[in-house]
Design a protein around this ligand. Structure first.
Ligand code: PMP
Ligand code: GLN
Length: 379
């Protein structure tokens, strides 16, 4: 078969998680919580399954859940979206991103990707005939180089992909970042797909700024979220897209024929569960404690790092310790040291190796402590 994605193999997350299992290593590679969701949320799913909520949900989502998402967006960010026409529930942020890219990217359109970039962006662009244009984030702080973004914009630029809080770097966009982007695209016909799946995981009292919080950006943004990270349910694959009506209409045309609708009883359960905002507003506390625990231990490993501002990932540099390629080191550490991580070169189109590994700290404290003990023996 003449592959449409000739350079794509199995994702690094699958590869490293399998390797961690095969070698009985602590798996800090693939990003998922090492603890379960609330039993009450499970009870709600059972309740809805046992009361006949097992057939197709409405195409754009269960109305009660769409309303909850709109209400939460208003109360947390003070931004209004119409639950009926501007909120769509989908099967994970991965679907939201694919559908949003598909809705706007045409053959030959250029799409700006900020690297390192989460792995599902580029294939979505290419499958739609788009041409990825890569702009590297600044090192070592992973901030956005706005001069470089400006230089990358051409008359063919159709879309810019944004991710804040950032996976793998943990960078969180500032108001200046939002203003810079708004200024750059003010007189251009450019859309934004903003991946904000870690919206509730931000540290040091910093606030996540959704792109739609800037009125000029709101008009052009498909904002993609996920319940996976927020309620410790990555296996449920439920996400959502917030976008102005004219964008949501196009988005839904794609969603309608990719999955049509999303798993029914879970949507009802989430609508009930979101009634109490403390169920997601405690996440900065939960994860900052874990980040701090992990970073404290990292100080005795020889790795260099800047504590993540958001997300549940911590990047570390080891270039001063070794020349080993990051992929080789991640493999060797899994097999010999017993801790699996993600080599960040996979998030660069040319596999540029900055000698940075990513660890997921969304794990039980005891597991993090065991991992740190092993890492403290050195690479
Ligand atoms: N974007 C980013 C940055 C992610 O880390 C992930 C994975 N959790 C996703 C999108 C995909 O989210 P989902 O599992 O809801 O498809
Ligand atoms: N988002 C997760 C990560 O960054 C992985 C999800 C997946 O395996 N596709 O580790």
């Amino acid at each position: 078969l003449d592959s449409k994605l000739p350079h794509v193999g199995t994702t690094i997350f699958t590869t490293m998680s399998k390797m961690a299992a095969d070698y009985n290593a602590i798996n800090l590679s693939q990003g998922y919580p090492g603890f379960d969701c609330y039993p009450y949320l499970q009870d709600l799913v059972s309740k809805y399954m046992n009361t006949g909520h097992n057939q197709y949900a409405p195409m754009s989502g269960v109305p009660a859940l769409k309303q909850r998402i709109a209400d939460k967006t208003l109360s947390v960010y003070d931004v209004e979206f119409d639950a009926e026409s501007e909120v769509t529930v989908v099967s994970g942020a991965t679907e939201a991103i694919f559908a949003a890219v598909t809705a706007v990217v045409r053959q030959g359109d250029e799409v700006i990707l900020l690297e390192p970039a989460y792995d599902c962006y580029e294939p979505a662009v290419r499958l739609n005939g788009g041409v990825p244009v890569y702009v590297s984030l600044n090192l070592p702080d992973f901030s956005v180089n706005w001069e470089k973004v400006k230089a990358a914009i051409t008359p063919k630029t159709r879309l810019i992909m944004v991710n804040t809080p950032h996976n793998p770097c943990g960078y969180v966009w500032t108001q200046e970042d939002l203003n810079s982007l708004a200024e750059l695209i003010a007189d251009k016909d450019i859309f934004i797909v903003s991946d904000e799946v870690y919206e509730h995981i931000v540290f040091e009292g910093k606030k996540h700024l959704p792109l739609f919080s800037h009125p000029a950006l709101k008009e052009r943004t498909f904002s993609c979220g996920s319940f996976g990270k927020t309620f410790h349910i990555t296996g449920w694959k439920i996400g959502f897209c917030l976008a102005p009506e004219r964008l949501s209409e196009e988005f839904r045309k794609i969603h309608q024929f990719v999955t049509f609708s999303t798993v029914t009883p879970m949507q009802y359960a989430l609508a009930d569960f979101m009634e109490d905002p403390s169920r997601y507003l405690y996440l900065p506390q939960l994860y900052q404690r874990k980040r701090d625990l992990f970073c404290e231990g990292l100080k005795d490993t020889g790795f260099e790092f800047r504590p993540a501002e958001g997300s549940f990932f911590q990047c570390v540099s080891y270039g001063h310790l070794s020349d080993e390629p990051d992929f080789d080191l991640a493999v060797r550490m899994t097999k010999e040291i017993g801790v699996a991580s993600i080599p960040t070169s996979v998030f660069y189109h040319d596999k540029k190796d900055h000698k940075i590994l990513r660890f997921c700290f969304a794990k039980e404290d005891e597991e993090l402590e065991r991992a740190l003990e092993m890492l403290q023996k050195g690479i």
